[in-house]
Ligand binder design. Structure first.
Ligand SMILES: [Zn+2]
Length: 169
């Protein structure tokens, strides 16, 4: 799967993008045009879709079984956001770094249940965090930058609707 193992230095990486850069959620193909007439329930995580909004709720017996956008991305192994973390300081502090990232994800997910960390992996001394949503990966990148300093850069692959961040410290 080409999306998983490439670092942020792969094609599409644009150093120096301002951190205010935000992609609108309407471009996410996993979320496009899903305003069902009836109710849907995700068989994997149990979220319920009512009028296009996925939420934690009790599904009615009439609800159709449809995987939510987050579970579809997880099944497809196609993250919306990829944060590559590198640098000696970041690696030395990796326990704190990962705890910070998980804290941010927990907070964000409590309000936005489709925004989740998909995986955390280590490649050659670099940590790679992938997420189901472009906003979550930005929130994690900003939190790490704020807590530990270093430098944060953005890259965006339009064709894939994928936001890549690189944080180095
Ligand atoms: Zn789901």
């Amino acid at each position: 799967m080409k999306h998983q193992n490439e670092g942020a230095r792969a094609h599409g990486y644009t150093p120096g993008r301002p951190p205010q850069f935000v992609m609108p959620a309407r471009h996410d193909p996993y979320r496009a045009d899903n305003k069902p007439q009836g109710e849907q329930v995700c068989p994997d995580c149990g979220l319920v879709n009512r009028r296009g909004r996925w939420m934690r709720a009790q599904a009615t017996p009439q609800a159709h079984s449809v995987a939510c956008p987050a579970c579809r991305r997880i099944a497809d192994k196609l993250p919306a956001g990829i944060l590559t973390i590198e640098g000696a300081y970041a690696f030395e502090k990796r326990e704190d770094v990962l705890a910070t990232a998980r804290n941010v994800a927990e907070k964000v997910q409590s309000e936005h249940p489709l925004e989740r960390i998909m995986s955390i992996e280590t490649f050659d001394g670099r940590l790679v965090i992938s997420t189901t949503d472009v906003h979550l990966v930005q929130a994690i990148g900003r939190a790490l930058h704020g807590a530990f300093g270093g430098s944060l850069h953005y890259g965006f692959q339009e064709g894939d609707y994928q936001l890549r961040l690189n944080w180095a410290a």
